[in-house]
Structures are given as C-alpha cells and as structure tokens.
Design a protein around this ligand. Structure first.
Ligand code: GLP
Length: 259
C-alpha cells in the first residue's frame, strides 16, 4: 500500500480520475471495479467531463460494482444500480450489457454471489478497483468480521444511519447487502481507495497505520501488492507518517506525470 496526500478534496478526486482515465486509454477493454457513496460522485462527474471534452472512451470497458442492497430493485433511487446509471453509465458511451452489479433481488442470493465471482473470472479478473471507505472501515460492504468471497452481509447500524439518515424512507431501509468479499478485492490487480474530508480521518488512520484486522476490512489492503490510498489533507489529519507519504509522491517515478 502507498498513501498519496493531496491538498484539497478536488485534487484527490482529480488524481483518482487521472489514474482511471490513463488505465482506460491504455487498455480500452479495461475491467473496472466501481464504488458508490457520496465521495465517488465527484469522480464520476470528472470521468463524464473527460468523456465529453477529451473523448475518453468507455465503449469497450467492462465494470463490476462492489456491492448492492438486498431487496432494492434497479429502479429504486436508493439502489446502487440506480446510482451508477444516474452518475456514470447513462452519461457516457458504455454498453450497459458490460456493466455488472450484484443482484439484490435474486431468489437465490448465494447462487447469485457465486455467479458474480464467476463472471469476474470470465472477464479475466478486475484490472483496477475503485474503493471508498465507510466509517466502520468497510470496503464495499465488508463490515467488521468480514469473509473473503462475495456474499450477503448484515449492514451495521452505523452504516445504515450514514447511508439512510433519518427520517428513513417510508418503504424502510435495507438491512443487508451483497458485497464482493475482502478476497475478491485483494485479487484485483490494482486498488485505488479515495477518502476525503475530516470525517474520514479516524478510519483512514486505522485502515492505513493500524493493525491488519477483520474489524477494519480496509486494513487488509495494507497487504495488497498495488494499492494506492488517495486522501486530502483533511482525511490525512490523523496519519503519523505523512512526511514519508509526501516523499513518495514527490520522488517515486510513477507519480512524475501526475505531479
Ligand atoms: C457505502 C458503500 C461503500 C463506500 C461508502 C462510503 O457504504 N458501500 O463502498 O465506500 O459508502 O461512502 P461515502 O463516500 O458516502 O462516505
């Protein structure tokens, strides 16, 4: 794992978008892992701008999202399918048949999860996985004590509160989700985790500099061979080794073109 600190949230988003765009230009049929949440809206806005202004081409890209709520159909505005269509898929030239999310409406959830893993393998595995982080340390919906493979997971009360702030919608809130497992994520060739804002500072410090523990699923990324954590100064506030992280961005050849 390496940590890159950018001054403002917008700078962290720009770097994230630039990494994705570069990967897509290099490999037009990139297998791209996608994430949801408020943080990612700005990333998708940026990718859409690159599509509109610079011809960033999604026509051959294949995508796999990390997670989906159980019991929410695609047309539900709270579902992650709806989110992805709204923020990215309907705004660029991607073929919707190449976009995948776990099916939270499947009759047989376990079979659907196994099928999801198989489809990822059939596509050759995920080249670049975009990640956010929840306050419980989750990546995808890998809440504390998470397992390795795609499966159903009970959401924590904290996550439900964060993703569905009160007053809750009249239809009620989902209590479970399907998520790629920690192992599914660790198998991605490259991971990029983006976290911005002071609200993320405590959990980022635990995930990056704390012990590797299934209580903080994102800490597993410390062991990934190519994981970049991109944070703004606010989200980096509680990190102890900032001078080292800054040195990496200033000196490592990989970052030269992004400086
Ligand atoms: C949800 C998603 C996570 C995401 C998290 C962060 O819980 N399942 O994949 O990382 O939100 O969300 P936000 O960016 O809104 O803080």
């Amino acid at each position: 794992m390496e940590v890159i600190i950018r001054e403002r949230a917008g700078d962290a988003v720009s770097l994230t978008g630039a990494i994705i765009a570069r990967a897509l230009r290099k490999r037009p049929n990139l297998v791209l892992g996608l994430a949801t949440g408020r943080t990612m809206v700005a990333v998708y806005d940026l990718l859409v701008a690159m599509y509109e202004d610079d011809g960033l081409d999604f026509s051959l890209a294949r995508t796999f999202n990390l997670d989906e709520y159980i019991g929410l159909p695609p047309e539900d505005p709270d579902s992650y399918r709806f989110y992805m269509n709204k923020h990215l898929f309907h705004r660029v030239n991607i073929d919707l048949r190449n976009t995948h999310l776990p099916n939270g409406m499947a009759d047989d959830i376990d079979a659907g999860c196994a099928q999801y893993e198989e489809t990822i393998q059939d596509c050759g595995g995920i080249d670049l996985q975009l990640l956010g982080i929840g306050s419980t340390g989750h990546i995808g919906f890998n809440e504390p004590l998470s397992a390795m493979r795609t499966r159903a997971k009970a959401l924590s009360p904290e996550t439900i509160e964060q993703n569905f702030p009160r007053p809750h919608p009249s239809k009620g809130v989902p209590k479970r989700a399907i998520t790629m497992g920690v192992g599914t994520i660790l198998e991605c060739r490259r991971c990029v985790l983006l976290a911005t804002g002071e609200g993320k500072a405590a959990v980022v410090a635990k995930a990056v500099e704390g012990p590797v523990t299934s209580m903080i699923s994102a800490s597993a990324l410390q062991l990934h061979p190519k994981c970049t954590v991109i944070v703004d100064e606010a989200a980096a506030a509680q990190l102890e080794h900032k001078p080292y992280y800054r040195w990496i961005f200033e000196n490592e050849p990989e970052w030269e073109e992004y400086r």
